[in-house]
Design a protein around this ligand. Structure first.
Ligand SMILES: C[S@@+](CC[C@H](N)C(=O)[O-])C[C@H]1O[C@@H](n2cnc3c(N)ncnc32)[C@H](O)[C@@H]1O
Length: 221
């Protein structure tokens, strides 16, 4: 994708998640990152635009309190704090559904590891324009490079990704391409009018005892 990114072209990460793609796009490009997960985006926005020092010790008691507040939607904690606690202290950097990971589990401090990895990303994500909402509602500057990493078909485990309408997504990609944008999609398979431009076999894991290989593919339309 970077080889195709033209000088001055805007990079739009329509499903930015943990930000690992956008952080690798040179900062001299305008970068827009969007995700439907509003707490995650609030977390990134605050981390990259202020000198926020979020808690680095997250005991189970605080985790449970914030989780209960998120569930009840009672406004006791702001979105960025909910995002931080939920992502830094849930297993595998996932969301509340995955459960509390812990500071001291058989000699490993999972929360500190997560915080270290996230903190490393902040510098490269400065300057990103953050949006939250559906990809379909994004206002995209003319002639952008749009990268889409939607929830993989058939593997959605996050509440925010259930009921994703794939046909509507394919149509949106076609429309954006017709409007003059360059559209890339990460998926395992796509309809035939999308061209596979790259693939790589990777090991993935559902849990520590279940590792398998899948072929990640990048498509373009
Ligand atoms: C496969 S993940 C993206 C991973 C990302 N590339 C990364 O490096 O972490 C899919 C993301 O799509 C988001 N999502 C689900 N439905 C969405 C929608 N309609 N619009 C925008 N984002 C959505 C989820 O919150 C999730 O973060």
């Amino acid at each position: 994708m970077l080889a195709e990114l033209q000088p001055g072209q805007c990079f739009v990460d329509a499903f930015s998640g943990s930000g690992t793609i956008t952080e690798n796009v040179p900062q001299d490009h305008r970068r827009i990152a969007n995700d439907a997960h509003r707490w995650l985006i609030a977390m990134w926005e605050r981390l990259t635009t202020t000198d926020w020092q979020p808690p680095t010790t997250i005991e189970k008691e605080l985790y449970d309190k914030v989780k209960a507040s998120w569930r009840a939607d009672d406004g006791k904690y702001d979105d960025a704090t909910i995002g931080w606690i939920g992502f830094m202290a849930s297993r595998s950097g996932k969301w509340w559904e995955a459960g509390y990971s812990g500071h001291n589990v058989k000699g490993r401090d999972y929360i500190a590891e997560n915080i270290r990895n996230t903190t490393k990303q902040i510098e490269n994500l400065k300057g990103v324009e953050w949006h939250t909402g559906s990809y379909a509602d994004l206002v995209i500057p003319p002639n952008s490079l749009i990268y889409c990493d939607p929830p993989y078909r058939g593997t959605s485990t996050y509440s925010v990704s259930r009921d994703f309408d794939y046909d509507a997504f394919y149509s949106w990609c076609r429309t954006k391409s017709a409007e003059g944008h360059t559209v890339f999609v990460s998926e395992y398979s796509m309809p035939p009018d999308f061209t596979e431009v790259w693939h790589k076999s990777i090991k993935t894991t559902l849990n520590p005892t279940n590792t398998f290989s899948v072929t990640e593919k990048l498509y373009k339309i």
